[in-house]
Each structure stands twice: as structure tokens, then as C-alpha cells.
Design a protein around this ligand. Structure first.
Ligand SMILES: C[S@@+](CC[C@H](N)C(=O)[O-])C[C@H]1O[C@@H](n2cnc3c(N)ncnc32)[C@H](O)[C@@H]1O
Length: 288
């Protein structure tokens, strides 16, 4: 049985409200990733860390009923919620399973396309996935892994107008230190941040046409409060949970004031940069 760990428990907590605050985030990232990968009718897709299906559902539409999409996620609550959506949409060619995406035990050469949008950065060793996924792909198979662009330091982390570092600065220092493995796994060490490492791992695993594409996701919220609510609806929530409960309101008020000082009471925007890492296996053999 796959168990949630410190690294993933936040996603079990989040499954019910995940990405549904009205601030679009995972959807536009998934859309761009799929545009870069171009899933075709009849293809077989593995979506790693499928969450609530930002990649899974558009991929299912692109490959159509002649194709197949398997979504895997380590958080059982995510899988249960997404499986219910799959059933409600009567998508017979889509399956969702609880499975560790770091090294999934699936048949070799069984997919044409593997996607991992905003998930592999949570694995203990995201670079090791390149070799695992190369084995699961048929010759000519494509991969697209998306992860956050790291801040230079947690203490100076802003998403444009939204200062995440203000939340981190308000965290209880002992709680922050104690939570280090969880926080570091989610955001703190940003393994994808070391320039070129993911591309090197993809090349070493036999992928060609390897590329790294930056995408600055615009977070558009109707109000400052909606943007703050958004920070509670995804992995950033980890930082709020480290702020003493009786200080959270004040920190949120300060963030709101800072946002509205720039733009007034109306809509606010922030910016979240990500990298898409892309590769393709040679059409005949060649995988190490
Ligand atoms: C930020 S969410 C992204 C979800 C989805 N790909 C999307 O774009 O909306 C990260 C997802 O990765 C999952 N995850 C984290 N570690 C995982 C692992 N080792 N194996 C499979 N899924 C994992 C989490 O449970 C969560 O659903």
C-alpha cells in the first residue's frame, strides 16, 4: 500500500479545495505543457501526480476514446475525488490510481507520453525519474515535466506583487525548523532550480530534443483577498500552517494592504514562474 508521507500529506488535506478559488493556476500550466507536447488521438498517456486532473482531463480529450490516460497520485484523497470526476464524465479510457510516481511499477514501453506537472519537484530525487520514465515510454515517446522556478532564497521570495517571504518571516522559527523536511521537500530546496540539472538527467536517460521552457503564469484574482485565499488552496499552505494561528489574520491583512497599495481595491495580479522540461526518445531503441 502506498502511504502519504510528510512530503505529500498536504495534498490529502487539500484535495477538497484544491485549485478552486477562482484564481487559475494549474489549468494554464497544464494547458501550455500539453500544447508543447501535442498529445494525439489514440495515444497512451501517463500523468504522474495527477492531482485533480489539470493535465489528465485535457489529455483525455486530446487522445480520445481510442487512446488511454492513466493518472497516478500518492494522495488517496486526490485520487478518490478525481476518480469520481472521471466516472461522472463517463470517461471509459481514463483510469486513476494511488501509486508513487517516483518509480511507478508499470509495464515497460506502455506509454507514448508522460506528463508530470508540478508534481515531480516533490519527489525525494526528481532527477531519478528520467530513467524510470524512459523505461515506461515506447520508442519515440515524449516527456514533459513541469516544476517551479526557484526563488534565490526563501527569505526573498516574491510572486510579483505577492510577497511569500512575508508569510515565511512570520512563521514560528521552531515550527519552521521542525517542519524543515516537509517544507524543504515542498519548496525550500527547489531541486529543479539548479540550472540544467533536469535537462542533464533527461539526456543521460536517453532523451533527445531536450529543452527547458520558462512560462510565467499570471495569477489574476478579483481582489487581494482572493489572491491570499489562493495561497491557502495549494502547496503554499504549508507556510501558513507554520504561522501561529493568532498571527495569521494580521499577516494576511499586511499582505492585502501591500497588494491594494499598488493597485487599489480592484483585481490584482501576481506572477508564478515555472519551467517545462521536455524530451523525446529516439524512434528506434537507444534508451539506456
Ligand atoms: C501541485 S499538485 C499538481 C497536481 C496536478 N498535476 C496539477 O497540475 O494540477 C502535486 C501533486 O503531486 C502529488 N504527488 C506528490 N508526491 C507524489 C508522489 N511521490 N507520487 C505521486 N504523486 C505525488 C500530490 O499528491 C499532488 O496531487
Amino acid at each position: 500500500m502506498v502511504k502519504s508521507t510528510e512530503r505529500t500529506i498536504v495534498f490529502d488535506e487539500l484535495a477538497g479545495q484544491y485549485d478552486n478559488t477562482g484564481v487559475e493556476f494549474f489549468g494554464p500550466i497544464a494547458h501550455q505543457l500539453l500544447e508543447l507536447l501535442g498529445p494525439r488521438p489514440g495515444e497512451r498517456v501517463l500523468d504522474v501526480g495527477c492531482g485533480r486532473g489539470a493535465v489528465l482531463f485535457p489529455a483525455a480529450a486530446a487522445v480520445g476514446p481510442e487512446g488511454y490516460v492513466l493518472g497516478i497520485d500518492i494522495a488517496a484523497a486526490m485520487v478518490t475525488a478525481t476518480a469520481a470526476d472521471v466516472a461522472a464524465r463517463a470517461l471509459g479510457h481514463v483510469e486513476v490510481r494511488v501509486l508513487d510516481g517516483a518509480a511507478p511499477d508499470l509495464p515497460a514501453e506502455s506509454f507514448d507520453l508522460i506528463t508530470a506537472s508540478m508534481s515531480a519537484a516533490h519527489f525525494p530525487d526528481p532527477f531519478a525519474t528520467a530513467a524510470h520514465y524512459a523505461r515506461l515510454l515506447r520508442p519515440g515517446g515524449r516527456i514533459g515535466v513541469t516544476g517551479p522556478v526557484p526563488p534565490r532564497a526563501l527569505s526573498e521570495w516574491d510572486l510579483g506583487a505577492l510577497r511569500v517571504d512575508r508569510i515565511i518571516a512570520a512563521a514560528d522559527p521552531a515550527a519552521l525548523a521542525a517542519a524543515h523536511p516537509r517544507v524543504a521537500a515542498l519548496y525550500g530546496e527547489y531541486p529543479f532550480g539548479r540550472p540544467g540539472r533536469m535537462c542533464d538527467a533527461l539526456r543521460a536517460a536517453g532523451f533527445t530534443e531536450v529543452a527547458e521552457q520558462r512560462h510565467d503564469v499570471v495569477l489574476a484574482a478579483p481582489t487581494a483577498q482572493a489572491l491570499i485565499d489562493w495561497t491557502w488552496s495549494n502547496g503554499l499552505r504549508v507556510y501558513w500552517e507554520l504561522v501561529p494561528a493568532d498571527r495569521r489574520e494580521q499577516v494576511a491583512a499586511e499582505l492585502t494592504e501591500e497588494l491594494t497599495a499598488r493597485v487599489g481595491d480592484g483585481p490584482v495580479t501576481a506572477m508564478y514562474p515555472v519551467y517545462h522540461y521536455l524530451g523525446q526518445l529516439p524512434r528506434t531503441g537507444g534508451v539506456k
